[in-house]
Design a protein around this ligand. Structure first.
Ligand code: PAF
Length: 287
């Protein structure tokens, strides 16, 4: 399968599984890029990475209700399938799996997948139940698409760590690949939720990347005290009145446990609210 003209849109799980079986029996390596649509350059870079790692790339487009916490933006989450299809085709995706909600969660649905510990801190503290929704839907997408490799973005570092843990713990026969964050010229990480920002909020949002870069400079300058780095980042981010800090943390990149003295592979992560948008970003650094 190759080229825009041959792109296939599949909405039923059974049809997706049959297609996956057929591709596998032809010896084709399947790559999956799970998305909730509203695609931007960050998603397209994941599709391009998947193209390098597999023969046929399936992109799932599904706004997953179970990962939105009460009061979040499930109803208003941007949806534009026609635009997404054009982007997917241009980036090299050949199959789009876009199941309706009743197909993924039929009446009587009552099985969830939950990863402990890694989901408790960082975003897990502020979005209770969010990761249970993510791991459940990703498991279902893996069962439907049967990929050899699935590609996720580094911007959602905790999500990537949780999914990697889940696939290992449950012996899922799939490789997890994590691709770098794609940024706007001022460093803001690309996100579907950036479109919620007013021009003034958009300008303030650049402070997230600036704070991560200031942390990087502190570490490169020899600072190892996590509290000092976190305090300095919080001060910088809070200097923008429209930005409300949810958390800034330095954790070890594997277990996501809070660190006092930075050593080894460190994840510095933050989440803020700016107007209607909740934005996250992170820096992975070897100390
Ligand atoms: O990262 C996302 O967009 C979502 O959490 C995912 C992985 C597509 C699951 O709904």
């Amino acid at each position: 399968m190759a080229g825009e003209a041959k792109m296939r849109v599949v909405s039923m799980i059974r049809e997706m599984q049959r297609l996956a079986d057929a591709l596998r029996s032809q010896g084709q390596r399947i790559g999956l890029v799970p998305t909730m649509g509203a695609l931007h350059e960050g998603h397209l870079s994941l599709i391009r990475r998947a193209c390098e790692l597999s023969d046929v790339v399936v992109v799932s487009v599904f706004v997953n209700p179970t990962q939105f916490v009460a009061g979040e933006d499930f109803e208003t989450y941007p949806r534009d399938l026609e635009r997404d299809l054009r982007g997917i085709a241009a980036a090299g995706g050949e199959v789009v799996f876009t199941p309706p909600a009743e197909e993924m969660y039929p009446r009587g649905f009552s099985t969830y997948v939950e990863v402990e510990r890694l989901t408790e801190g960082l975003c897990g503290t502020f979005r209770p139940g969010h990761f249970r929704g993510v791991t459940t839907v990703v498991t279902k997408l893996l069962c439907a698409v049967k990929p050899h490799v699935a590609v996720f973005g580094q911007k959602d570092a905790q999500q990537a760590a949780v999914i990697r843990r889940m696939t290992r713990d449950l012996n899922m026969d799939v490789e997890i690949s994590v691709a770098p964050t794609v940024r706007e010229p001022d460093g803001l990480a690309m996100s579907s939720r950036n479109m919620y920002l007013s021009p003034e909020e958009r300008e303030d949002a650049g402070i997230l990347f600036q704070s991560l870069e200031s942390a990087r400079r502190m570490i490169e300058g020899g600072e190892r005290c996590a509290d000092r780095i976190v305090a300095s980042m919080k001060m910088l981010v809070s200097s923008r009145p429209r930005v409300q800090v949810e958390y800034v943390e330095a954790v070890d990149a594997q277990q996501l446990e809070t660190m006092k003295i930075l050593r080894g592979k460190v994840l510095i992560a933050l989440a803020v609210r700016i107007g209607r948008a909740r934005l996250i970003d992170n820096l992975m650094i070897e100390v």
